[in-house]
Design a protein around this ligand. Sequence first.
Ligand SMILES: [Zn+2]
Length: 324
Amino acid sequence: MNGLFIISLDFELNWGVFDSMSVKEYNENLKNVPQVIKRLLDLGEEYNINYTFATVGMLFNQNKEELLNSLPQIKPEYINEKFNPYRIIENVGDSEEEDKIHYAKSLIEQIKEYPNHEIASHTFSHFYCKELGQNVRSFEDDLKSFSNVANKNNVKLNSIVFPKNQINESYLSLCKKYGITSYRGTENSFLYKPKAQGETALSTRFLRFLDSYVNISGSNIYKPKDLNKGEIINIPSSRFLRPFNKKLHFLENYKIRRITNGIKKAAETNSIYHLWWHPHNFGKNLEENFKNLEKIFMVYNEVNKNNNYSSVTMSKAHDLIKKK
Ligand SMILES: [Zn+2]
């Protein structure tokens, strides 16, 4: 089996950032997401890239009525009320036309026009599986709500990306019950161990930051045969693509080279490289971010020709791995 290049995009708009940043401070990033999606799709066409859009379920709704009707019966009761997305619903606009940071049905329809990409789950409500106050019942109801909106939109959910990478191993069998066959795990390094928010030490966060530019945790690539082929497969991340950093612009080349070196190595050793980020990361410094992405795609193009290394969705990767 040849190596695989996987890109998963955590598509969440404000549902993924409402608890850490105000709309005002992050507005530019959020409001440019439609443009980012359009450019991602165009560039994907040009370089034959197949993305996995891990989408927040609430974004599938078109208006407030649909949104309210789609909500789960049992909601997570996070001890830290800040994490509760349901508390902001009363301030959400009436429709996508008025409120493009809480609804994205038209963007999802745009993605669906390209059947080579996958629409996956980022949970219905940006559910935090390791926070105190949520439990297996609220998680199952979240899965149910997503399953209903997905059915209504003729989307079959095969893969999941857990918000903030909070992977709760005891929830995986429940995911399987709802048709999910793979998830994105974290890098196999102590730096990326899944934890509740606030539990990752500052020193670890700093090392993660450094790791984006210099080699600390290795390339985080892996051979398909080494993956756990349980009923739901872990397809771990290799790297988060950090957005363009204006202050550290002189380090951008190191960051990109760290990624392209990993991709080349994956192609040469028939391994998997799994890159991820959020579309809103590209909303600011759009040109610089897309320039970086194109550099990555150009290297992919080269190794695709020379090593038969191919870009696939998580779902396709699952099928290939399972067959072996
Ligand atoms: Zn997220």
